[in-house]
Design a protein around this ligand. Sequence first.
Ligand SMILES: [Zn+2]
Length: 385
Amino acid sequence: MSRASPLSEIKPEQIVTGIREWVSLETPPNDVPRLQEFAQLASHQARQAGLSVEMIPVNNTQQPLVRIRAQSESNEKAVLVLAHYDTVHPVGTVERNRLRIDGDKMFGPGTYDMKAGAYLALQAMSALYRERQPARPVELLLVPDEESGSRLSRATIETFAREAAFALVAEPARSGGHCVTSRKGTGYVSVTAIGVPSHAGTDHAKGRSAIREIAHQALALEAMTNYREGLTLSVGRIDGGTNRNVVPERASLIADFRVVTQAQADRLLAAVKALTPVVDGVRLEVEANLNRPPFERSQRVQALFERAQRVASATGFELGEVPLTGGGSDGNFTAAFGVPTLDGLGAEGDGAHTLHEHIMVSTLPQRLAFLHGLLRDLAWDAARA
Ligand SMILES: [Zn+2]
């Protein structure tokens, strides 16, 4: 670790300017021309750093997943770095003067979640490559649709995850610069009840109420929540019926669930698929799916975390972990393949998905040094892995 680091060539102002440029190109979900424009900018910068670039139109759409690679002569498995460049913010947020620096805070749509993290990852990788070719390849995937659940990118991410030795996710760091070592899996349940309509006055007894059925199912589903086990299920929306004086023929609900382990998910999905109607004469249609598998804190995740802690203390801070966050990320996919994964390695800040979203400018050099150190540790010293 005594080699001169090319990081010292990067000035803090350059990092700020670079992030500002990435944030000013707004990238709301599914805005194809803007996503493409951003992908071009990032690709251009990566090529200038000598890295190889491939634009992959995911799932036959025009939304590009940018794959940036620091080649290695070995055929070791890669260190896979994941970042996304879409944000939740609509176009025009930057123009309404949201991109600004106030004291130590840099505000802007997608600064914290997660243009800054993505930018730092590319800079860390470029610096690594300038030093010398890594002993194992390093690959950065810039994903275009994470905020929509990575539905388009999932298969591509999984293809690269199969060839990865480690996965590092540059999603926002948690308070104090801490990282994420596990995440819940996320999924949904949708239930439709089909009953028998009738006049609510004259033919009440002939009707079979779909709303009454959905009310039973909503209670049954909510009762599956188990805080002690970290399992939650929340019915988020109910629709049904037509008029006050009609026994309703149709009603439906949609629920969100979060699980800690795959076994829990399997049990929950089996229970949901076994739901039967309570009201005589009503039929049920049930659909349920685990969108993102749980990211479990395995022994190999623990070992990777300890390695990252050593790199962090060499960089000048104590790395803590925030386990079991309720939100998912692309790290859920890599972890589910058994690839040791660390998440929350991006910038420090606050306010993800809000208009007060910001990063802490003074922490940027340290975050960059940490990411760079971690890549060095994992990519240069393949034999130790
Ligand atoms: Zn994010």
